[in-house]
Ligand binder design. Sequence first.
Ligand code: MN
Length: 292
Amino acid sequence: MTELRPIEAVLHAPEPHWVGDGFRVAGYFAAYEGLVERLSPFLLLDYHAPHVYPPTENLRRGVGPHPHRGFETVTLAFEGSVAHHDSAGNGGVIGPGDVQWMTAGAGILHREYHEAEFARRGGRMHMLQLWVNLPKASKLTAPRYQALTAAQMGRVRLPDDQGEVRVIAGEFQGARGPARTFTPIRMLDASVRAGGKVAFDVPARENALVLVVEGELTLGDTPARTSDLAVFENRGERIELAARTDVRALLLAGEPIDEPVVQYGPFVMNTEGEIRRAIADFQAGRFGRLDD
Ligand code: MN
């Protein structure tokens, strides 16, 4: 019998703050000190709990052009619709069930707005954005954009109609997620009916967390509910989730990148010098161009 991974902490959602005028997010990494060191390769988790936006003619609701370098942004939509454009010429819409896995690498500018039709109509937005660090060797890789649609995700039906696990990155019970990653990462989106259970094999070396998107559950003996973020110790090799109500939960795990992290706003590098270089390159227009 494999050993359960003990829970180190259950973090409650911090008070939400606004990112631009379009995203009302709870920023766990900003609110709880030490998570960047503790949860490598993850650098940020901004969770946008369900929030209803009124109809608007403002088609710039969100965040205007801004740079990133040295890591990846991963945007996952549960409800609502986000439009994205970047200076590499990529653009797309992230709708319910879709994931956008953007590698900023050497540097891009992008903008993130409510998709126009969604903005006009108004409605519920429910999404999250995760920042994933890149190893030193890949920090200046060419920018890359993976538009992962709901239809592309790996899917595992749980026995006895207990629910389903969508595999976005990594592997679960033989199903593989479509995301290409630079270091081993697992991103699983589990929907489990009340009374159902699911177990994940996650080796101790992988930093692991579970975000409860909806419902009440137990992880081993520990209860957690909507918007809680459970952080696991690095021992044991199995995570068991039991649903007390209908539940949706996101499991994130990854092998830590054992390198220094120096962050300055939208730049995440290994040294202060590389940060100064990022700022200089941005100011010199080397991240390309992007209109509002
Ligand atoms: Mn951004």
